[in-house]
Design a protein around this ligand. Structure first.
Ligand code: EPZ
Length: 417
């Protein structure tokens, strides 16, 4: 078990360099097996989700070389085997092995995925999509067994623009006979990154980044490489931190287009930011206006930045409304923020946030990844010392968070207990 100890109330200045996007990397790693060759993935963040996926690849007899942030994955000698529960439930993205193995091997045995406790997280759209492509699905307790003689392209309509279902169905259908069209597909930047990788290995995917994705089945796939896009959620987290305690804090290696919904809201609040081609420079101000935030699918305000943003709203001059629309349990961090002195009233999936409130250090619990990141921000602006427990959630998604924050002047350390 690890704890983070933060001494708050220090100005942060200097540069934080953003790594590759977790939610892209965790799909690109399983996707690599579809090449049936050797793939290179650059800018993979060094997070515990990466390590869990590498363990699954190793279990499948793939060879993985790690050179800093580059992974070289050789899946030529893949041996299909059951992915055990202790591995699949370590993270959400283990479910991308469903689409990837079904596509390549036409057979998968895998247990239900894990991931943050932010909602019920069903995978019915993934399963319905696999069935539409011709797969047979059996369950045995927590285990899914997916099999198919062959996969045949078809029209798939998603009832919601699910990121995971869109990616999983792209993975399964590149080897299918004929054409698959995913309607009401998710449009996240990560989906474009995955489609580009699959196309680099010989797939024929068009429309990624729009709500209609067309996949023409192809039989020959080959070695490929890809660079993971910058992590817009990691960037968003540090930009929000800069709006609270930055002194010309530079957040580097970002794609401003992917952060438009956040920067638009920050400007509406009166935050002090300069947006450049691949970086944002941000300083704190005492004149933040209250605003309303409603999380939506891309390009709307990202659900994954909602919790960090709620900390910024505790420092606005007035009452803000934060509405979550994707996950039922996005307010797990609120009791901790209120314990630190925030005035937040939760009503179902919405919260009224009164500001400005002085935050004071105390012991708080990270209940999930982004909720944990919100507590790191709160600790860094609070008076006194904040102890965050259960920080494994945070370490799953933020590469080198202690080093990155220490380098810009934060007093933060990780303690094994
Ligand atoms: C991805 O989760 C991300 N995870 C999440 O990030 C992110 O919050 C989410 O997309 C939305 O942007 C990864 O990429 C690994 P969805 P995913 O399928 O794919 C419902 C983080 O903090 N749904 O788009 O699981 C679901 O319950 C994580 O980095 C079904 O009903 O999200 C939710 O309400 C947390 N049936 C909504 O759709 C399904 O079959 C969106 O889920 C699938 C989803």
């Amino acid at each position: 078990m690890k704890q983070m100890i933060i001494e708050g109330n220090h100005k942060l200045s200097g540069t934080i360099t953003i790594g590759g996007a977790k939610n892209s990397a965790v799909a690109l790693i399983p996707a690599s097996i579809l090449s049936e060759g050797i793939c290179t993935i650059k800018d993979v963040p060094n997070i515990s989700d990466r390590d869990a996926l590498i363990e699954i690849l190793t279990l499948l007899n793939c060879e993985v070389k790690i050179n800093d942030n580059e992974l070289i994955i050789d899946s030529r000698n893949l041996k299909n085997t059951q992915i055990k529960e202790s591995l699949s439930n370590r993270l959400r993205a283990s479910y991308y092995f469903m689409g990837a193995l079904l596509g390549r091997e036409k057979y998968v045995e895998i247990y239900i995925p894990g991931g943050c406790n932010i909602g019920s997280r069903p995978i019915d759209m993934h399963i319905e999509g696999f069935k539409a492509l011709g797969a047979k699905i059996k369950t045995d307790g927590n285990k899914y067994i997916l099999s198919a003689d062959k996969l045949i392209g078809t029209d798939i309509f998603l009832r919601f623009q699910s990121v995971g279902a869109t990616i999983n169905l792209m993975l399964a259908s590149i080897h299918a006979e004929g054409t698959t069209i995913i309607h009401n597909a998710a449009c996240e930047a990560e989906i474009i990154n995955i489609a580009e990788f699959l196309n680099n290995m010989g797939a024929n995917i068009t429309g990624a980044g729009t709500s209609t994705i067309t996949i023409k089945g192809t039989t020959k796939h080959h070695d490929a490489s890809i660079t993971v896009i910058p992590d817009r959620i990691e960037a968003g987290t540090y930009i929000i931190l800069g709006a609270l305690c930055g002194d010309n804090l530079c957040i580097k290696n970002i794609c401003p287009k992917h952060l438009k919904s956040l920067t638009t809201k920050l400007k509406e609040m009166g935050a002090n930011l300069i947006i450049n081609k691949d970086n944002i420079i941000i300083s704190s101000t005492n004149n933040l206006k209250p605003i309303n935030i409603k999380t939506l699918v891309y390009p709307g305000f990202p659900t994954d930045i909602g919790q960090p943003m709620s900390v910024l709203l505790t420092q606005a001059n007035g009452t803000s409304l934060f509405e979550e629309t994707i996950w039922e349990n996005r307010m797990g961090h609120v009791p901790s923020l209120n314990k630190m002195g925030a005035k937040i009233k939760v009503n179902g999936m919405s919260a009224l946030i009164e500001g400005p409130t002085k935050l004071k250090g105390t012991t708080v619990i990270a209940t999930d990844l982004r909720g944990g990141a919100a507590l790191v921000i709160a600790g860094l602006i609070a008076e006194g010392t904040t102890i965050i427990t259960d920080v494994e959630h945070i370490l799953r998604g933020y590469e080198n968070i202690i080093t990155k924050l220490t380098q810009v002047g934060a007093k933060i350390e990780l303690k094994e207990i």
